[in-house]
Design a protein around this ligand. Structure first.
Ligand SMILES: NC(=O)c1ccc[n+]([C@@H]2O[C@H](COP(=O)([O-])OP(=O)(O)OC[C@H]3O[C@@H](n4cnc5c(N)ncnc54)[C@H](O)[C@@H]3O)[C@@H](O)[C@H]2O)c1
Ligand SMILES: [Zn+2]
Length: 367
């Protein structure tokens, strides 16, 4: 088991006896009155059995909600709050969020607001939530089609990350999470970036069962989380430095939102990978990134994450979506640029025509 000390909670990563002993000791603390597990329809089938096998959880009540981003809204929160009420949870109850980023963000938000806040812990089950969403204290739901527009900052009591949950994760979801590992390497871990050159996530596509031992998942998750944790510790409320975590996300979010209306939606990590390539091209075009580094960035990203042509007609709509990004200041679209692997500069801008050209350039890289 590996442990990361955050300011006021610990993040444990592992699948060994120590990990589960640590979990059992943690939840048995006297400060917690009752325990409740929140799952979605998939984690209830694929992840709950492991939790039940390793812990005393069989006697704890379970709330199961529908899976998917389309259910990450206030209507589902109402269902969760209503069941918390029916179960008569008190202020000392502990909610265990067993699921991906949707469960972590939404059920964490419900716990943080129920009776002005009850205890919760994150037990992330997707690679994306294991390397990213489960830490950093951002909780919330989507509202009126705007992602994460209602929410709070609150840290969990602890995070327990077990890579064994990844065994049942669909390959496309695994690869989507891998994109955030690449992002963390690029913005803050040069050595990890070098190590990623030796890995090929697509060799796992055959969906071997059990999931192969390589890569060393504990190690990969730990190193990725260390990048985020180090950044969040310095700027928990995103007044400055934390914006570097949004590398690839200005263009990526626009692509993701746009794709929601298409028959072929993009997974978050797929959109972010394209975003990282386009934003790096802008940095290169503005002489903030060397050509050889730009080539190294896009070569790895194109090899690891599926590339999907951007419709040229969609470019004005994509720019309009970027103009609504909540990170923008003074009417300028806000970016983070990576001038070399392991370094990042936030609050960067670019003229609109150059942003539009980056999308076009991305398409030319595919042909
Ligand atoms: N709070 C943050 O800092 C932060 C950061 C990044 C992303 N997010 C949020 O995270 C969400 C995306 O998270 P996600 O990619 O984990 O999505 P998700 O929670 O929707 O999970 C993806 C799919 O995998 C299923 N699943 C989960 N674990 C499984 C397992 N072990 N085996 C089989 N199926 C499993 C889920 O039911 C779902 O269908 C978004 O809402 C995003 O806004 C939050
Ligand atoms: Zn992301």
């Amino acid at each position: 088991m590996k442990t990361i000390q955050s300011d006021n909670y610990q993040i444990h990563i592992g699948n060994d006896a120590d990990f589960w002993e640590c979990f059992n000791a943690f939840v048995s603390a006297e400060k917690f009155s009752r325990k409740l597990i929140v799952v979605d329809e998939n984690t209830s089938v694929h992840c709950l059995p492991l939790l039940l096998a390793k812990t005393e959880a069989a006697s704890w009540p379970v709330i199961a909600i529908k899976s998917g981003e389309q259910n990450k809204n206030l209507a589902t929160c109402e269902q969760i709050w209503a069941q918390m009420m029916d179960l008569q949870l008190d202020r000392k109850s502990l909610v265990i969020n067993l699921g991906g980023g949707v469960i972590g963000d939404m059920s964490g938000f419900c716990a943080a607001t129920f009776k002005r806040g009850i205890y919760f812990l994150q037990m992330p089950t997707t690679l994306l939530s294991q390397v990213d969403a489960s830490i950093g204290g951002k909780l919330g739901v989507d509202f009126k089609t705007i992602k994460n527009s209602i929410g709070v900052f609150k840290n969990p009591e602890a995070v327990f990350t077990c890579p064994d949950f990844l065994q049942t994760l669909p390959f496309a979801e695994l690869r989507s999470g891998y994109s955030e590992i690449i992002k963390h390497a690029l913005i803050g871990a040069e050595v990890l970036w070098a190590d990623l050159q030796q890995l090929d996530i697509n060799t796992l596509n055959s969906k071997e069962v059990p999931l192969p031992q390589t890569p060393d998942w504990d190690d990969l998750i730990y190193r990725s989380l260390m990048v985020k944790q180090t950044v969040v510790a310095q700027d928990p409320f995103e007044t400055g430095l934390r914006k570097i975590l949004n590398f690839g996300h200005t263009i990526g979010h626009a692509l993701e939102s746009h794709a929601l209306e298409s028959p072929e939606p993009l997974l978050h990590g797929e959109a972010i990978a394209i975003g990282m390539i386009c934003e790096s091209w802008i940095a290169f075009a503005q002489k903030q990134l060397l050509e050889q580094d730009f080539k190294a960035f896009y070569s790895l990203l194109l090899k690891q994450i599926p590339s999907k042509k951007i419709s040229e007609e969609a470019i004005p709509e994509l720019i309009a979506l970027m103009q609504q990004d909540k990170k923008n200041e003074n009417g300028l679209i806000n970016f983070t640029f990576v001038p070399k692997a392991g370094k990042a500069n936030f609050n960067q801008n670019a003229p609109i025509p150059l942003i539009a050209e980056s999308l076009h350039r991305y398409n030319t890289l595919l042909s």
